[in-house]
Design a protein around this ligand. Structure first.
Ligand code: HEC
Length: 128
């Protein structure tokens, strides 16, 4: 029973401190939440910008820095191009043209494809 008398006086101040800390933590941590975690398409955009954009136009509009590399918008708006055909292409580096001297890790394929599919647009017209 002695333990109880020792613990009780400690417990209340400790509880008060814990509650105080909890109240302070909430607004403090919220100031660090600047954006939700990136979606698959957003991760794909970041990747495309760093890895693919040297050759391909990776946005809705624009011409490719490498004239032999089709703009991503032109690729995805071609008839018959789907998530499946793009994934199959990117998942197997043996499909790649000679210029694409790399392979894409399987965990990045879905993200790249998700980004590319955001460029699908029924009103797409190839840029001259
Ligand atoms: C060094 C230049 C270069 C880089 C970097 C590059 N590509 Fe390419 N890519 C090309 C060229 C050139 C072609 C077209 C080759 C052809 O048609 O013979 C091509 C073709 C493609 C195609 C096929 C398009 C079609 O006509 O069906 C896809 C899809 C593609 N690239 C995706 C990517 C992705 C995704 C990345 C980044 C992870 C990337 N490329 C990075 C040069 C590049």
């Amino acid at each position: 029973m002695q333990a109880e008398t020792i613990l009780k006086p400690l417990f209340l101040p400790a509880l008060a401190l814990a509650l105080l800390a909890a109240c302070q933590r909430t607004p403090a941590s919220e100031t660090f939440v600047v954006a939700p975690p990136p979606s698959s398409a957003e991760r794909g955009e970041t990747l495309a910008r760093s890895v693919c954009a040297g050759c391909h136009a990776i946005d809705r509009t624009g011409t490719s820095p490498n004239p032999n590399a089709p703009p991503f918008a032109a690729v995805v708006n071609r008839e018959g191009v789907t998530a499946e055909t793009l994934s199959a292409f990117l998942a197997d580096a043996h499909n790649y043209p000679r210029e694409m001297d790399f392979s894409v890790h399987e965990s990045a394929v879905d993200d790249l494809v998700a980004w590319m599919l955001t460029l699908k647009d029924p009103g797409y017209r190839p840029q001259g």
